[in-house]
Design a protein around this ligand. Structure first.
Ligand SMILES: [Zn+2]
Ligand SMILES: [Zn+2]
Length: 334
């Protein structure tokens, strides 16, 4: 099979011909139809997150078909594989239904090979059935941008006015959920990025502007999607008393020191780590009711490096999706 392999941080992924992997007990083999690119892939590629194994096939928003015997699925079923590849089931966190915080987790495309390849393996207990109505390509961004974004949105509790800092793949999806839930979204983008601000408004943001601009209203909560620590004090200043600021990414640049005054008033600053299967199931049940539209740009497998670079430079509106089999190519977006 063809796969794009990370052999060393910051070195372009290599296109390699590898044997099709054989599943072990409890695993299924999946023929990959589409795999969306996540900012976490970029953090691994850049060496900001050190992968436990090299060489590594990244990619953890996988949509594909079941190829081998399974106790949960039929051969040919279209399924999704998320970031949480497996949790230990016995640590204190797993025991209190917080498998996202597991002490001994296995992450897809990090501890084990992921979906920038024609075939991959997954633990069948951590594989999702996909909602009807989504094509393989459209469904791929739901698997991480959507699911972890959804967990972040839940952490804002009953906030009505929510600021989104950074308007990439996750924000594109989550604004649709927030609007469906009758919340007001204030979209903050990189300075001068009027194009993204227009996109945010077209998706339902009631206001959009530069992240350095003062919000037109006091916010109840903010979600920081961008991996930029400098946004933390900015978001804290934007929320009112009791407001919640959620850092949604797995990695962030250092947070500058700030005066206690902007945390005072029972403001809450928290991170969101990974996802539970329950988050995924809730989100996949909700997505077709809205229905969430995914905006995608597709790349053939051998152009995965280009997709990572486009993500890094902010040249993608919505999500980048890798297509491992050439016949699956479709025009970009829909
Ligand atoms: Zn991800
Ligand atoms: Zn555990």
């Amino acid at each position: 099979m063809k796969a794009m392999v990370l052999t060393e941080a910051k070195k372009p992924l290599q296109l390699q011909d590898l044997p099709v992997p054989e599943p072990k007990k409890g695993q299924v083999r999946i023929k990959v139809k589409a795999c969306s690119v996540c900012r976490t892939d970029l953090h691994i590629f850049d060496g900001e997150l050190k992968p436990p194994k090299l060489p590594l096939i990244m990619g953890h928003q996988i949509v594909g078909t079941i190829e081998t015997e399974s106790s949960r699925f039929q051969k040919g079923d279209l399924v999704g594989v998320p970031w949480l590849g497996k949790s230990c089931g016995v640590c204190p966190y797993c025991k209190k239904n917080e498998e996202n915080l597991c002490d001994d987790p296995i992450f897809t495309g990090y501890n084990i090979n992921g979906g920038f390849a024609q075939y991959t393996l997954a633990d069948e207990q951590f594989v999702f059935s996909l909602p009807k109505g989504y094509s393989d390509i459209q469904a791929a961004p739901l698997l991480c941008a959507g699911m972890i974004g959804y967990r972040s949105l839940k952490m804002t509790e009953n906030a009505k006015k929510i600021g989104f800092y950074g308007f990439g793949a996750a924000a594109h999806l989550l604004i649709q959920v927030a609007c469906f839930q009758k919340k007001e979204v204030y979209a903050f983008t990189r300075k001068g990025d009027t194009k993204t601000q227009e996109v945010a408004k077209s998706l339902g943001a009631i206001w959009a502007g530069d992240s350095e601009t003062k919000a037109p209203d006091i916010l109840d909560a903010a979600i920081i999607f961008a991996p930029v620590g400098a946004l933390v004090p900015i978001a804290l200043k934007a929320v009112g008393k009791g407001g919640i600021v959620v850092c949604a990414g797995i990695h962030m640049s250092d947070i500058p020191s700030f005066s206690y005054e902007i945390l005072w008033g029972e403001r809450i600053l928290r991170s969101v780590a990974n996802l539970t299967r329950r988050d995924g199931e809730e989100f996949l049940a909700l997505a077709p009711k809205i229905p969430i539209q995914t905006e995608i740009t597709t790349y053939p497998l051998e152009k995965t490096n280009e997709a990572l670079l486009d993500l890094k430079e902010g040249n993608i509106s919505g999500s980048a999706v890798i297509l491992p089999f050439p016949k699956n190519q479709v025009p970009n977006s829909f």
